[in-house]
Design a protein around this ligand. Structure first.
Ligand SMILES: NC(=O)c1ccc[n+]([C@@H]2O[C@H](COP(=O)([O-])OP(=O)(O)OC[C@H]3O[C@@H](n4cnc5c(N)ncnc54)[C@H](O)[C@@H]3O)[C@@H](O)[C@H]2O)c1
Ligand SMILES: O=C(O)[C@H](O)COP(=O)(O)O
Length: 529
């Protein structure tokens, strides 16, 4: 078996792989895209950090490939969907670089308070300038942390040790979790208005993209200091540049950028009050040793046909169980993400009920798939089969699993229900149909429907009145959006009706706004499964 180590990982990790019987290691760092295509043609595993791009083309050029191992968290450089289609396991090491990144963030915060890099550069230039480089203190200032996960929580501890007041905005975290860490859980607007320092620590998703933009900066105090060691694109760079130039932002520290590597002529490089590092969050000896050894062990396990750990696209199962459970895992993940997208951001518990044949299977793996699906848009690629229960627990979400002995109208059924603290409930149920195990959603919010559990769905709750189907069809048609399938459900004539529509493409923002503004439409929700 050949393992291509395409990015520089810890020598101890490489040595571990070399020491395995039957494994040949090829080390090729910094290869061009063409060279990578050539190198992968007979490899069984590839180890990367964030540099080498494992595109659909690379995957297609690697017919023997079984696993892509990422020594680190983000798998943004791997086409996970294409890998999943080809049955290639993509795995990461989600916690090995947490402390390193928290410490780099804190270094940036200190440099934002005290212009040490600027003073050091002046000393290197032969100056002795004691006037230009005075700063402010962290002590008694307010830090706003957006995203209180692994790294955010570590940054919070360090800030508290420096005597800072810590606020956090994390809509998925139960307020009690923040309270236990003596952190004030606030809304994003409150955080923006009160913070002297802001640091962001969440994945880049549709929801977090440009979360800090011109509008957000307007709500902040003048003289704000802001930091991003998470992912480029959470803070809009153009808005940051404007805020730095106007003096609204007094200092910024960035480790990650909208486009990496950052362009040599980027304006960010020219501003005196910005400290930039070239994506160094995970670059400590300790973190690299930890993630390098971890990924080498995980890759060796997969190649030996053993346990699959920290997979972002597959469960930790052997091949035989995976064959039986595969369709249920996929259905479960789709139900999990559906319920997360139709429910409120903060929920108290997730209740999963199994009926029929599934009760006799290893439902633990299916439960994990549901949890991972639920967290997909909250934690991005850092969530996997192994850590999804811990991540839900950290968010304060209890998971209850019921194996029902009662009869249901289906041979087998999975029902997923999200319960919020205010008593509101959102749910979806699904089953497998036919010899090819087609995944079907058969109920949403306890109303019977029948739609494919895949792709793009539009959910509309409207007053049951003539002309609604025609109105929605015409609006989508005018928007160039084709309807693949539609399911209707109502409890009583003239009351609330539910339309669930499988779409071939995403409706425009204008079409969605028009739907939402229609007097007879109570809810119009676009969902990605
Ligand atoms: N600079 C680097 O080298 C480096 C190294 C490691 C990780 N990272 C990045 O740091 C980020 C955080 O990593 P982590 O391990 O702490 O992840 P994590 O999953 O433990 O935490 C992410 C947190 O963000 C919260 N969140 C999700 N959407 C949110 C939203 N819309 N608003 C506010 N909060 C939201 C989640 O609830 C979760 O608590 C990731 O993007 C990761 O890729 C960067
Ligand atoms: O997602 C991560 O783990 C970090 O961004 C680190 O990336 P790196 O391994 O390329 O330093």
């Amino acid at each position: 078996m050949k393992v291509l180590v395409a990015d520089k990982i810890s020598p101890k990790g490489v040595a571990f792989l070399r020491a395995q019987t039957g494994i040949e290691v090829i080390e090729a760092y910094g290869s061009s895209a063409e060279k990578v295509l050539e190198l992968v043609k007979d490899v069984h595993a590839i180890a990367v950090r964030s540099e080498t791009k494992i595109t659909a083309e690379v995957l297609a050029a690697a017919p023997l490939l079984k696993v892509v191992g990422r020594a680190g968290v983000g798998v943004d450089n791997v086409d996970v969907e294409a890998a999943t289609e080809r049955g290639v396991v993509v795995m990461n090491t989600p916690s090995g670089n947490t402390i390193a990144t928290a410490e780099l963030t804190f270094t940036h915060m200190l440099c934002g308070a005290r212009p040490v890099p600027q003073a050091a550069a002046s000393m290197r230039g032969g100056q002795w300038d004691r006037k230009s480089f005075s700063g402010i203190e962290l002590f008694r200032k307010t830090l706003g942390i957006v995203g209180l996960g692994r790294i955010g929580s570590e940054v919070a501890k360090r800030a508290q040790a420096f005597g800072m007041r810590v606020l956090a905005f994390d809509p998925y975290l139960a307020p009690s979790r923040a309270k236990a860490m003596q952190i004030e859980n606030v809304s994003l607007d409150e955080l923006l208005a009160q913070a002297d320092y802001i640091t962001v620590h969440m994945p880049l998703t549709d929801d977090t993209h440009y979360m800090i933009d011109e509008g957000a900066f307007e709500k902040c105090k003048k003289g704000l200091r802001i930091f991003n060691c998470a992912r480029g694109g959470i803070i809009k760079e153009a808005a940051l540049l404007a805020a730095l130039k106007s003096g609204k932002v007094a200092a910024a520290g960035l480790d990650v950028y909208e486009d990496e590597p950052l362009a040599a002529d980027s304006e960010l490089r020219k501003l005196p009050n910005v400290t930039l590092t070239p994506h160094l969050g995970a670059s400590t000896a300790e973190a690299q040793e930890s993630v390098g050894i971890e990924i080498a062990e995980q890759i060796a396990d997969v190649l030996r046909g053993g346990v699959i750990r920290n997979a972002v696209n597959m469960p930790s199962l052997d091949a035989a169980s995976l064959k039986v459970l595969g369709p249920y895992l996929d259905l479960g993940a789709k139900l999990g993400t559906l319920v997360q997208q139709i429910g409120p951001q903060q929920i108290a518990s997730l209740r999963i009920t199994y009926w029929g044949r599934i009760v006799d299977l290893d439902s633990n793996a299916i439960t994990r798939a549901i949890q991972q699906g639920f967290l997909r848009r909250i934690s991005g690629e850092s969530v996997n089969f192994v850590n999804s229960p811990v991540m839900l627990e950290r968010l304060g979400v209890k998971v209850e699993v019921i194996k029902s002995g009662e009869n249901s109208s289906y041979t087998e059924l999975i029902h997923v229900e999200a319960l919020a603290a205010d008593g509101s409930r959102h749910s979806a149920a699904g089953t497998l149909i036919g010899k090819t195990n087609q995944r079907r959603i058969v109920a949403i919010n306890e109303r019977g429907v029948e739609v494919d559990a895949s792709g793009k769905l539009l959910l509309i709750e409207n007053r049951d009145q003539p002309g609604m189907i025609g109105y929605v069809g015409t609006l989508l048609g005018k928007d160039g959006v084709n309807i693949a399938n539609m399911s209707l459900s109502r409890q009583e004539a003239g009351q609330t009706a539910l339309m669930v529509i499988n779409l071939d493409s995403e409706p425009s923002a204008a079409a969605r706004a028009e739907l939402k503004n229609h007097a007879a439409i109570k809810l119009a929700k676009f969902v990605h499964l």
